[in-house]
Design a protein around this ligand. Sequence first.
Ligand code: SAM
Length: 286
Amino acid sequence: MNSNTIKSGTLYVVATPIGNLDDISKRALQVLENVDLVAAEDTRHSRKLLSFFGLEKHLLSLHEHNERDKTGRLLEKLEAGQSIALISDAGTPLISDPGYPLVNECRIHGIDVIPVPGPSAVITALSVSGLPTDSFIFCGFPPRQAGKRRKFFESLKKNMATLVFYESSHRITDCLDDALAVFGHDRYACVARELTKLYETVKTASLIDLQDFISSDPNQHKGEFVLMIQGVSQAEKSDDSAIDVDELLAVLLEELPVKKAAVMAAKLTEHKKNELYQRALEIKEK
Ligand code: SAM
C-alpha cells in the first residue's frame, strides 16, 4: 500500500497494540504512514507510538471531552477530500474509547469508513480465558460506585452469555467483591491482567478463589484488567424460574376449592394432581 492506495475523503479506524508493540499490523502502519491526518485520543502518547515506528504525522486530538466539537471539524476535512486515520491510546478505537460520534456522523453523511482491525483487550482476553466464547456480552467499565455497580451486576446476573468487563487497578478488588456478592462464590470467572505485556496474568477459577488470588497479592492489583464472568447455566436458570408450587397453590386457594386449585396447579407445573391435592389440603389447614 502506498499513498495512492489510500482513498481520499475516507476515515480509517485503525487498531493499535494493547501492550506489545509487535502486535501492530503491517496494514495499520501503511495506513498511518499515508493518510493526511491522524486523529488521536492523546496526541502526546500517539506521537511516541508513531515515532517508535519511524512515522511523523500531523496529529489532531479527539478525546471524550472534545469529540462532539472536533467531530464537525474532522467531517469538514473528510468532505474536503482528506484521508484521516482514527486511533486511540491502545487497542481498537470506539471500544470503551472515543470515536463513536465521528463514525456515526460519517455514516450519516455517506463518508466511507474503513476498518483496519487489530488488537482489542476484550477479544484477546476471551480467547485465552477458557470460558465459553460462543456467546458473550461486552459490558464495558462497570459503574464506579459500589451501589450502582451491584445493581448493574444484578441486571446481568441471569444472562447465559459470558459477561466481559473492563476494570482499572484502582477498582479491581472492590469490583470482585461486588461480583462475588451478586453472582455467588461458585460462578466461574477469569481475570486477564496486563495482556501482551511483561506481567501478563490470566487466572480462571471460581469467583471466591479469584477474589482470594487477587486480594492476597498486591502485585495482582497492578495494571489493566479484563474481568470475565461465565453466564448462568441452563440448570440454574430453570431452577430459578421454576414456579414456587406452594405460592401458586396459596394464590389459587384464595379463589378456588382444593380440588380445582390442584387441577389448575397441575396444568401450570410439572407436578402430579394427587400430590398437589395433598399439598393444597395441608396449606388450607395451616
Ligand atoms: N480500546 C481498547 C480495546 O480495544 O481494548 C480499550 C480501551 S479502555 C479505555 C482501557 C481498558 O481496556 C483498560 O482499563 C482495561 O480494562 C482494558 N485493557 C486495555 N489493555 C489491556 C491489557 N493489555 N490487558 C488487560 N486489559 C486491558
